[in-house]
Design a protein around this ligand. Structure first.
Ligand SMILES: [Zn+2]
Ligand SMILES: [Zn+2]
Length: 138
C-alpha cells in the first residue's frame, strides 16, 4: 500500500505542533518553577534580614553621646538594664524614635535585632547630630 504524501505531511505537521505545544507547556512550567524559586529565595532573604541584627559598622554610625552631668533622666531609665543614666555613661539615642539606652546595653541588642527595644521602630540612620543627645537632657 502506497502511503499518501498528504497524510504523511499531516502527520508531520501534527507532530511538529505537538512538539511545540509540549515545549510551550514545558517552558511555562519551567518559568513557573523559576518564579516560585525566586520568590522563595527572596522570602528566605527577607527572613534572614529581619532575624539578623545590625552590622557593627551600622551601629557605630548611630548617634552616641556621653552624659556630662550626674542626671537621672526623668523620662526613663535604660530599659535594657533598668538602671539609671549616670554621669559619663555613654548612651545611644535612636534617630528613628528618640529612645535612649546605655551604649553598652543597646549595642549587644543590635547584634540580634534591628528594632528599638522599647517601641520596635526600625532603626534608621539620620544625619548624626551631637546636639540631639543634649536636648534630650533638658
Ligand atoms: Zn542600660
Ligand atoms: Zn523607640
Amino acid at each position: 500500500m502506497k502511503s499518501d504524501p498528504l497524510f504523511f505531511l499531516c502527520i508531520c505537521i501534527s507532530a511538529v505542533f505537538k512538539g511545540i505545544i509540549f515545549l510551550d507547556i514545558l517552558l511555562s512550567f519551567l518559568l513557573l518553577l523559576l518564579r516560585s524559586l525566586l520568590l522563595l529565595l527572596s522570602f528566605l532573604h527577607r527572613q534572614q534580614e529581619s532575624s539578623r541584627g545590625l552590622s557593627s559598622a551600622f551601629v557605630e554610625k548611630l548617634a552616641r553621646f556621653e552624659l556630662s552631668e550626674p542626671v537621672t533622666l526623668r523620662r526613663s531609665d535604660c530599659v535594657v538594664c533598668l538602671d539609671d543614666f549616670r554621669k559619663s555613661d555613654w548612651c545611644r539615642r535612636l534617630p528613628s524614635c528618640g529612645h535612649v539606652f546605655h551604649q553598652k546595653c543597646v549595642d549587644p541588642w543590635f547584634r540580634k535585632a534591628r528594632t528599638c527595644p522599647i517601641c520596635r521602630a526600625r532603626v534608621r540612620l539620620r544625619e548624626e547630630d551631637p546636639k540631639q543627645g543634649e536636648s534630650f537632657l533638658s
